[in-house]
Design a protein. Structure first.
Length: 233
């Protein structure tokens, strides 16, 4: 990794029909962080049908436009590949619906800056009182299923706020295009023997962000795709 003062951070934001919130999300991202010399924001428009592109263009983010909807994983992978192309030292994935706190970005990049981790996953369960009950139960079930498939247990496998070292991005083979992408990261980190660190983060729940959560069907679909990848790759 580059010297601390020269570390380049890419913040990847997958965006799908977020015209009402994406401008505010991007404007709330930090312009400076301790140990980071340069910050690039990569907003990946995932075939949005609304005015998300217009809102992104009004910010300092670089727009990556996908003409069709690839899904959460597909958009995230596109952004992470772009982060590799611009030679970022660290890449952070940050949801575009306003549920992540920009204040947590420093916390999730610090273990990588310190050379103590390859992959940092945010966890909302250090203080789960603000997590809606149904969401809490659903995530816990996904954690257990992810553990049985991957062999690695993390307390919040579905959290979209993650930090990747350049080493981890170069080693992992990420290819699943839907919400299963979150669990695929754990599978790939286990396979490539990458060091995972969990860091407490705050999730901001609104009626809007809760509505965009996963259904039971999505959970089943995620597990089937992970199992298929494990036995065929």
């Amino acid at each position: 990794m580059a010297k601390k003062s020269n570390i380049h951070l890419a913040i990847v934001i997958p965006v799908y029909n977020e015209e009402g919130v994406i401008k505010k999300v991007i404007e709330g991202l930090p312009t400076k962080l301790n140990g980071i010399g340069k910050i690039t924001i990569l907003a990946v428009n995932d075939g949005s049908l609304d005015l998300s592109i217009r809102e992104i263009k009004m910010t300092r983010a670089r727009l990556i436009n996908l003409p069709i909807n690839l899904g959460y994983g597909g958009a995230s992978i596109t952004g992470l590949e772009a982060a590799k192309k611009i030679k970022s030292d660290i890449a952070v994935t940050f949801d575009g619906d306003g549920q992540h706190s920009a204040d947590d970005i420093q916390k999730i990049v610090d273990p990588i800056i310190a050379g103590k981790s390859d992959l940092v996953i945010g966890t909302r369960f250090s203080n789960s009182k603000n997590v809606p009950l149904l969401k809490r139960v659903g995530i816990k079930m996904m954690n257990v299923l992810t553990f049985f498939i991957t062999g690695s247990y993390v307390s919040d496998s579905q959290c979209g706020l993650k930090a990747f070292s350049a080493k981890s991005l170069n080693k992992m083979n990420l290819e699943l295009s839907g919400m299963e992408f979150a669990s695929e990261i754990v599978l790939e980190a286990k396979r490539k023997r990458l060091k995972i660190t969990e860091v407490p983060v705050r999730i901001i729940y609104t009626g809007y962000s809760i509505k965009k959560g996963q259904s039971v069907f999505n959970g089943i679909n995620i597990m089937l795709k992970l199992i298929y990848k494990k036995i065929t790759r």
